[in-house]
Design a protein around this ligand. Structure first.
Ligand SMILES: [Zn+2]
Ligand SMILES: [Zn+2]
Length: 362
């Protein structure tokens, strides 16, 4: 039996969903399925003999229309543009249910954040029209993570308080640690997923690092846009960000040839001297390191990978970063990390020596 979490909001497992889809429900009208496959055939593969009719409403891909991720700007999703974001269909007995399905595996490295907006909006809208069941396979991790995010956003709860509150309805919920970290980021970003936020950029870089460590080919299209390109080649988003704060946007330029290498937004700050990787989200002891620029004791700045860093795309674990215009040596990159002069380890690291760059405004 599904558990009631809030009025018109239930959490359950695949068995609950199958039962409702097959036999109908007096209460539930909408179903949000969070399984490793979005296809309704997942149910029949899970239990042969089940037959659940469905009729597609639409499928939406990450890079599809309405997405803000088609511009090659520095502010984009970690998901590949051709990945299915969700499918929407009529399903179940008499095709009476509206089912949204998102493909998500229950793994710590899975990108939950980029599915939250569509899932939370679906829950919100479904509760206006009827009642919604959010389910995954076991009703423990994925569905719980999404409902936690929903409670956080709708009731302005911290991640901890939202999980606690959900546990009062359903004792067994337990989002995996990777999801809990992402929900913490969701809280720190103000209950939204802000692709331009340093918090999100760190997350995206961590996923890139994970994918590098799995031996996958480096996808340069996931790098930040090159702020040093002439305006006519720059995507509208970057141009907007260049003009937005103009003329006072701080920029890092090559000391030798003055080419713009990075903007303030591309810099991923760290807490000087903290001997942890900058990705130890829950290991932070004091203050909020996000948005903080590097202290004077740091001899380097660390940035997100940017399109001009062609040496990174060659696939090596580490290498030099050369100016795209004059080929001056600016610093190093290393997927397994570089230690800053202040003692902090940055992993993965894309480092520019302060002695090789000038800070000026555009
Ligand atoms: Zn440092
Ligand atoms: Zn240069």
């Amino acid at each position: 039996m599904p558990y009631l979490v809030r009025e018109r909001l239930f959490i359950g497992n695949i068995g609950d969903a199958a039962e409702i889809l097959q036999n109908g429900s007096n209460e539930i009208t909408h179903i949000l399925s969070v399984l490793s496959s979005a296809s309704i055939t997942f149910f029949t593969e899970w239990r042969s003999g089940l037959s659940i009719p469905s009729k597609e409403i639409r499928k939406v891909y990450v890079g599809g229309s309405g997405s803000d991720d088609d511009s090659g700007s520095g502010s984009k999703s970690s998901l590949s543009p051709d990945k299915l974001l969700y499918s929407l269909e009529y399903a179940g007995k008499d095709l009476k249910f509206v089912r949204m399905a998102v493909p998500l595996r229950d793994m710590e490295s899975e990108d939950l954040l980029d599915y939250l907006d569509v899932c939370l909006d679906f829950i919100e809208n479904s509760r206006k029209e009827g009642s919604v069941l959010v389910h995954c396979f076991a009703g423990v991790s994925r569905s719980a993570a999404i409902i936690t995010a929903y409670l956080m956003r709708s009731e302005q709860l911290s991640q901890e308080d939202a999980v606690e509150s959900l546990r009062e309805s359903c004792e067994s919920v337990c989002p995996n640690d990777g999801f809990l970290e992402q929900l913490k980021m969701f809280e720190q970003m103000g209950f939204k997923v802000d692709h331009a936020s340093p918090i999100y950029k760190r997350f995206r870089l961590k996923l890139l690092g994970d994918s590098y460590n799995r031996g996958e080919k480096i996808d340069g299209s996931k790098f930040g846009a090159d702020p040093g390109l002439p305006a006519e080649n720059v995507s509208p988003n970057v141009e907007a960000s260049l003009n937005k704060e103009s003329p006072s946007t701080p920029a890092y330029r090559c000391k030798k040839c003055r080419r713009v290498l990075a903007l303030k937004d591309n810099v991923l700050g760290h807490v000087p001297g903290e001997g942890e990787t900058c990705f130890g989200w829950h290991k932070r002891r004091s203050g909020n390191p996000f948005n903080r620029s590097d202290d004077d004791e740091c001899s380097s700045i660390f940035v997100e990978p940017l399109r001009w860093m062609t040496s990174v795309e060659e696939g090596g674990l580490e290498g030099k970063l050369l100016c795209a215009h004059c080929e001056a040596r600016l610093g190093y990159f290393n997927w397994s990390g570089i230690q800053c002069s202040c003692g902090s380890w940055i992993t993965p690291a894309f480092q520019l020596h302060k002695s090789k760059v000038d800070i000026s405004t555009i």
